[in-house]
Write a protein that binds this ligand. Structure first.
Ligand code: HEC
Ligand code: HEC
Length: 213
């Protein structure tokens, strides 16, 4: 089953339920301890604690929800999400290994940064995050990512709080330019939303999310 395109106009309650229902049930139960044993090569880029990335545009993994992590790992392995820097990292991993890695990173405590913008910029970003931009059909981010930015673990909607400005900016731009299409099972909802955002709005949101909690 696939949720249709142009979903931003649909009521959120039903959308979240529909999106959750569209998620394939491929969850092998992950074992965090077994994941930890495989995580040494990952730490070189994502940090020992999963939240001290080697470069500012690398994501924090610590405390991200397990369902989201597992889906991304599966798509990175199949190259549906192309991450040249991770080429080869997951090739030899079984589904169980990926589930264990997802459980491990989900079990680590998340880390929050701080927004750098002035009060006016942060207020504008918060307004978009919590209220969307009605005239452009941009949905309120908080409906899916939670008012505190922690995401929705059950639905597999990612935590967005505590990611760096550089990483979030790159992801929102990639959705907008359709170079990231990992939201296909959700009917392309992040691509639809990002389409309505200007570079300035993306930069404001990406800064704001560093410190949301
Ligand atoms: C050489 C550096 C490098 C190594 C080693 C590496 N990664 Fe990554 N990883 C990245 C980069 C860079 C990205 C983000 C790329 C982008 O902008 O989409 C990423 C993205 C991810 C994501 C997606 C996060 C999100 O929020 O969507 C996950 C999950 C992930 N890595 C897990 C791992 C795991 C598990 C390992 C070890 C098996 C690993 N990575 C090893 C560099 C690395
Ligand atoms: C209708 C639900 C929904 C709304 C509204 C929504 N998102 Fe998302 N978002 C998602 C889902 C689901 C994903 C994961 C999709 C995928 O697998 O690529 C996601 C992914 C993301 C990511 C990538 C996270 C990562 O670790 O790589 C960012 C950043 C993001 N959203 C920011 C936003 C912002 C900012 C807004 C508001 C302008 C927003 N989202 C509105 C559902 C939503």
């Amino acid at each position: 089953m696939k949720v249709g395109k142009h979903i931003t106009g649909i009521l959120f309650g039903s959308l979240v339920i529909a999106a959750a229902a569209a998620t394939p049930v491929v969850m092998a139960a992950g074992d965090a301890e077994a994941g930890k044993n495989q995580a040494a090569p990952c730490a070189a880029c994502h940090g020992q604690d999963g939240a001290t990335p080697l470069a500012p545009d690398y994501p924090n993994l610590a405390g991200q929800n397990e369902k989201y992590l597992l889906r991304q790992l599966q798509m990175i392995k199949s190259e549906e999400r192309s991450i040249p820097l991770m080429a080869g990292q997951l090739t030899a991993k079984s589904d169980q290994d990926l589930a264990d890695l997802a459980a491990y990173y989900a079990s680590l405590p998340s880390k929050i940064g701080q927004a750098q913008g002035d009060d006016e910029q942060i207020a504008r970003a918060e307004q978009i995050y919590r209220g969307g931009i009605a005239r452009k059909g941009v949905a309120a981010c908080s409906a899916c990512h939670n008012p505190a930015g922690v995401g929705n673990a059950q639905a597999g909607f990612p935590r967005v709080g505590g990611q760096s400005l550089e990483y979030t900016k790159a992801q929102l731009t990639a959705y907008r330019e359709k170079t990231r299409a990992t939201d296909e099972i959700y009917g392309g909802m992040m691509r639809d939303i990002a389409e309505g955002l200007t570079d300035t709005e993306i930069a404001l949101l990406a800064d704001y999310l560093q410190g949301i909690h």
